[in-house]
Design a protein. Structure first.
Lengths: 428, 428
């Protein structure tokens, strides 16, 4: 029997406490499965004296995560503090430099600094693992780096932010506005400390950037992602989409094209009856397509104590078993620089706009669309009480570039009462 | 750079040819991801001279798979011949004895001889891997043994035989009889050489036995599975189920209970709108539930050249990366003997029977059900041309034991024109 594998855990929020619970409750199971005893030697958090529902006094306490990360009696530094920079990054770098393995749930840090951290870990011969950083409990990093290692990945898409999906499905169920449900979700603690990370699509885009790197052998390129949040999705959009048999989802798509890497995270309409359309509340779903596998779909809880801790423990067990692989599935020094590319694959679009209530307004919009080469599949103008007339348009398939041109031209017509909303329709 | 990893492939059917194709086409990708060159040194099959669509003449040929398995220039013996016993087992044992890693897609061999083979492989310190044996391209073995290693698994259920699902969904779409669609599937080559393995539920039960062993730390216990095939599912059952909002699926369920291990593979009714209900054609779906993860669902192609070869290559890459873990996730010598247990969790049941056309027949059946403590939720008697009156009954929740008692008692009433069909309704 090997010597025990010793964890130092920095960050004792929901996920950290979940990891402590599993290690305390499943001691025998973990030993049977990995052949090693898995123990916690030290912990660290911002405040020491608060009841977290698990006994912590048998573990050494460190106020400073760097001190924790570099302790002699720590084999794996488990970073659960969060934040792209600051203590999380400093402590992670210190752990790697001290020859410790690192497990993190920190998607922001990996999306911003994944490549240099991977270079450092690989140079030092330690593992840097992050199953919990993407799609909560779903073992998507393992599936992509290991299970599908024989595939050339062609496309990944999915719903990877449970909070946004909660807001969008709650809006539909309740008929309440974005603002009302946002306040509800915030009150329930479902949103990040900075909610913009969730509803602005940033958190989901962090995850997409990580998946792209593994899938296509490119350096993490967060800045190359076209990001649009859900803040402008109105209850009218959700109802109009439902009328036409669609749901609105914050959908991430990444694919390598002849022109470069197309990465986008934006609200889209998907068929209500499709697996993505049926996704309720905080559940995540990742669709992976490869040259041999065709398509695999993974669905599971995108957050929460148990599921996220389960993902961390998967990484712990792999390290206990001695598994080691490059951080992004192939050596970081072989990752290429991605060339960001905009989507050219045509798709139908859903457009909503408010028009000033005067003759010829709609004609001006129709003219602009025609000039951009966009033909209209369906159009609906609603009755209205105020001076702005709501208009919905579904286009035939068209490129995103044509939509951008039309949106810009619309602004110049002078008939818009407010900025128009344009949502791509993904048929699957 | 390490020396090349050398494969010897026995069996050049669909899957074997798929593996050859990936190794030839993705040479650079595989090397980038695993750090090693992956090559084929020798192959073996029943007939040498036939065009398989890939060039094979650069590989040594062996008529005898045992000779292939024990060649000095083979590091991994890839067993793709099939069959629980015979050449596949003999060659696998020979490979292990010679200190070779083994990768197999052979669910029958693992379901019947998994435990002694695992003991032998672990004693010899070699890998025995079988991702392709369960659910085709879906990396379910990896998810269970590695990704969810921190979980106490509570239940697994799923659709794991694509041929049966093809037959059942084709029956519904076409309105044709089981016999007609069976003939169609057989003609298309969708069924095993012995189709009873598919439609009798045997193949799916082999897979379930393997998943149970990993999930619950028990020796593979194929004989402990309650198995029922789809041969007695009629188009009338499918239509009646559809009328009530259900689909019929060959569903596997395994869970550890206080009384022992409950394993069953039988046609069940599932809600038409549920993920399992929506599964079309050859697609497989596995639902895994654990104490921390809650629920993860994996969906993907259950068979076919690309997907199954993708699963084999996942195992190849793991071995190339030096990963090694016990065959069933914990050392074979620590696996316990399962005590088979029947299901006691009550469920509604769908019953179909033909009654002889005379007064009081239905009353006798109703009496038998009442005496077994079964209350009726819905009942329907159809008009009929011949002397047998078709009757459908949906019960309230009841144990399978009570259903068995009632079925036996029905036989003694003398009013049955044919043996009744009883299908469990799984609400999810």
């Amino acid at each position: 029997m090997s010597h025990p594998l010793r964890l130092g855990i920095a960050g004792l929020g929901t996920v950290g406490v979940g990891v402590v619970k599993i290690i305390r409750q499943q001691t025998a199971l973990l030993k049977a499965r990995t052949g090693r005893e898995i123990i916690i030697t030290a912990v660290s958090a911002r405040t020491k004296d608060c009841d977290r529902g698990v006994p912590l006094n048998s573990y050494a306490w460190e106020d400073n995560p760097v001190a924790l990360a570099t302790r002699d009696d720590v084999d794996i530094f488990v970073e659960l503090m969060g934040g792209a920079d600051g203590p999380a990054k400093i402590a992670t770098e210190a752990a790697i430099a001290a020859g410790k393995h690192v497990i993190t749930a920190n998607k922001a840090m990996l999306a911003m600094h994944g490549h240099p951290l991977a270079l450092a870990a690989e140079a030092k011969g330690v593992s840097l693992r992050y199953e919990a950083a993407v799609a909560g409990g779903i073992p998507v990093i393992k599936t992509l780096t290991e299970g599908l290692a024989g595939n050339e990945i062609t496309r990944i898409m999915g719903v990877m932010n449970g909070s946004c999906n909660y807001i969008l499905t709650r809006m539909e169920d309740s008929g309440l506005s974005y603002q009302e449900i946002f306040a509800e979700a915030d009150g329930l603690g479902y949103l990040e400390a900075d909610p913009q990370l969730d509803v602005g699509g940033i958190d989901a885009a962090h995850k997409l950037a990580i998946l792209s790197s593994i899938a296509f052998g490119t350096k993490v390129d967060f800045d190359g992602i076209v990001i649009e949040g859900i803040e402008r999705v109105s209850i009218e959009d959700i109802n109009a989409a439902a009328d036409m048999g669609y749901k609105i989802k914050l959908l991430g798509v990444t694919q390598m094209t002849g022109r470069g890497l197309e990465q986008r995270m934006q609200p889209c309409l998907v068929p209500a009856s499709s697996p993505l359309g049926q996704l309720q509340g905080g559940t995540n779903m990742i669709v992976i397509e490869g040259d041999s596998i065709e398509q695999v779909v993974l669905r599971g809880p995108g957050a929460g104590m148990g599921p996220t801790a389960s993902a961390v423990m998967g990484d712990v067990c792999d390290i206990a078993r001695g598994f080691q692989l490059p951080v992004f599935g192939q050596p970081a020094k072989t990752l290429t620089s991605a060339t960001p590319a905009k989507s050219t694959r045509p798709a139908p679009y859903y457009l909503r706009m408010g028009l000033v209530d005067k003759p010829g307004a709609l004609a001006k919009i129709a003219t602009v669309l025609g000039e951009a080469g966009i033909s209209i599949d369906r159009m609906r103008q609603y009755g209205h009480a105020d001076t702005s007339a709501p208009v919905l348009i579904v286009t035939h398939k068209i490129s995103s570039a044509a939509i951008d041109i039309a949106l810009e031209a619309m602004e110049r017509t002078g008939v818009l009462a407010s900025a128009p909303v344009a949502l791509r329709i993904e048929e699957g």
